[in-house]
Design a protein around this ligand. Structure first.
Ligand code: FAD
Length: 505
């Protein structure tokens, strides 16, 4: 037993981030007993959670598996559906659509990714079908089919992954129940003051409006945009990225479910932003993300409501944000997780991923009461790399589009971009290469989907694919395309799959 071991963790906030932090920590420190680290979560009855994070990325499956949550039970409890990727409408140009599917374009051919072979063929074969026809995730999604990938040898037919759409409130409730069952304690109250230790400026305790005091050794700031501890008490500066990601507002509204139940999120570009559509079992989640310098709130609401494909179930809820991140998410004994650590707008469903990764890193680098500085430094280094890489990935959507039909799009065409993104675009344009700055972030197939989808065609291809006979390669791709289409056609309809495996009560 480490005599300096952390004895109490205080989590400030009970939104998605708070409970996503509490659940694995409670699991880790279970069972209760001598020397156990206590987990206390403080949430305000008066300050609500944001509650709109409903689309995720595939690694959430590993997070759930680590907790021991059953896949079907989880989808049932959260009114969830399956997500094979994101359909982008009107992004590259009005009337055009493309798909960012989860997964690869099949196994490598002679050690080179299949998209490089496709690219070569596209330079020499007229009328070659689009690369999307070789992406299993895309073919399934656009036919509304779903089944989990089968194991066995890697093939084009199992080279895909999936994530979920879910009701954020039900997800937080699932994790809350999980954490409380494992001994975490929930304190209801509004924090009005933060007490610092005079000698080193570490947080000693938080004080609640009714006078109660909650002390601890480690404080996890999950207070959302308020950033009570990391911004307030620790004064970690906020890096404002709104010059690059100018959207600063959102309106969210649920609408009634319509058929078919699509196994993907849809993002439709609008005049001054974009609109999301997230299908759940009991409703569709919709939202309009926009920049209020370029469109008024009323017009943004009218655009949102006009773009629904079912009856609105409520009036739109307004949200404001500034894109960017805390320079340091871990300062002294405070670790920011969730919106308190930063926000990059939901275009690629990355916020919950950032929460999961921050929780994972905290557990990997778990401190004792000596708080050795290299632990925080490593956490901050990896979070910075991840935020910057996601920032570039999202900014790419705005930068590469050909749209010029609104002030937002004209602004984006002219805006300066970071060197890392300029490098990425020029590298792909001139040498058909992708630079992976964050090995834990979006992988090559995702960048390639975006580049192709937004209309960037490289001037060359990988020189090491030229030796394969083009005719034989074309035959191979034609057979592959047929096999993919056939496999997808044999899969159940997404709604039927849910009905059979995971229908909510
Ligand atoms: P919040 O939900 O704001 O929770 C803050 C908590 O802190 C609350 O419990 C509150 O009571 C508590 N609190 C605050 N102040 C005090 C106080 N003084 N005393 C006590 N308690 C306090 N993410 C995705 O991954 N996918 C998506 O599709 C997606 N869509 C989004 C769409 C929009 C428009 C926005 C804005 C965000 C979206 N996100 C999405 C992000 C996602 O919603 C958040 O990352 C996630 O909900 C985590 O929020 P949070 O828990 O950090 O903050």
């Amino acid at each position: 037993m480490n005599e300096h071991a952390i004895r109490r963790i205080v989590i400030v906030g009970g939104g998605t981030a708070g409970w996503m932090a509490a659940a694995p920590l409670a699991q880790r420190f279970e069972p209760a007993g001598e020397g156990r680290c206590e987990i206390v979560l403080v949430e305000s009855p008066d300050i609500g959670s944001i509650g709109v994070g409903e689309a995720t990325l595939p690694p959430i499956r590993a997070y759930n598996r680590t907790l021991g949550l059953d896949d079907a039970d989880f989808v049932r409890r959260t009114q969830g559906s399956f997500k094979l990727g994101i359909e982008f409408r009107d992004w590259g140009r009005v009337g055009h659509r493309f798909f960012h599917g989860f997964g690869d374009f099949g196994p490598a051919i002679d050690n080179r990714p299949p998209w490089q072979h496709w690219l070569r063929l596209s330079h020499i074969v007229d009328g070659l079908p689009g690369y999307e026809d070789w992406s299993m995730a895309t073919v399934m999604a656009l036919r509304n089919r779903f089944a989990p990938p089968e194991g066995g040898a890697p093939s084009a037919a199992n080279a895909y992954s999936f994530a979920y759409h879910f009701d954020a409130g039900l997800y937080a409730a699932t994790l809350r129940e999980y954490a409380l069952q494992r001994g975490a304690r929930r304190v209801e109250g509004t924090i009005v003051d933060v007490e610092l230790r005079p000698d080193d400026g570490f947080v000693a305790a938080v004080r609640l409006a009714d006078g109660r005091r909650v002390d601890g050794d480690l404080f996890i700031d999950c207070s959302g945009f308020r950033a009570l501890l990391i911004g307030g008490a620790m004064q970690s500066p906020f890096e404002d990225w709104s010059a690059l990601l100018p959207c600063n507002s959102a309106l969210a509204v649920p609408s009634e479910r319509v058929e078919p139940l699509t196994p993907y999120t849809t993002s439709t570009a609008r005049a001054a932003g974009w609109q999301w559509r997230i299908p759940l079992q009991h409703r569709i989640g919709n939202g309009h993300v926009y920049c209020n310098q370029f469109i008024g709130d009323d017009e943004a609401a009218a655009t949102l409501l006009a773009g629904l494909d079912g009856r609105a179930l409520d009036t739109p809820r307004q949200l404001r944000f500034t894109t960017g991140r805390r320079r340091d998410g871990w300062v002294r004994n405070v670790v920011a997780i969730g919106l308190s650590g930063g926000f990059l707008e939901p275009l690629e469903s990355t916020s919950i991923q950032l929460i999961m990764d921050a929780v994972g890193r905290l557990i990997e680098l778990f401190p004792d009461r000596q708080f050795k500085p290299h632990l925080a430094a490593e956490f901050n280094r990896r979070m910075a790399r991840q935020y910057e890489s996601i920032r570039d990935f999202i900014a790419l959507h705005y930068k590469l589009t050909d749209r010029r039909d609104g002030e937002l799009w004209r602004y984006c065409a002219a805006m300066p971009i970071p060197d890392s993104l300029a490098h990425q675009i020029e590298l792909f344009r001139s040498a058909a290469r992708v630079a992976i700055f964050d090995p834990e972030g979006f992988a090559e197939p995702s960048w390639v989907s975006l580049f192709f989808g937004l209309g960037l065609r490289p001037e060359s291809h990988d020189p090491f694919v030229d030796h394969i006979d083009a005719k034989a390669l074309l035959q191979h791709f034609t057979r592959l395309r047929q096999a993919i289409a056939q496999t997808a056609a044999g899969m159940p309809d997404h709604a039927d799959y849910i009905l059979r495996h995971a229908r909510a009560p």
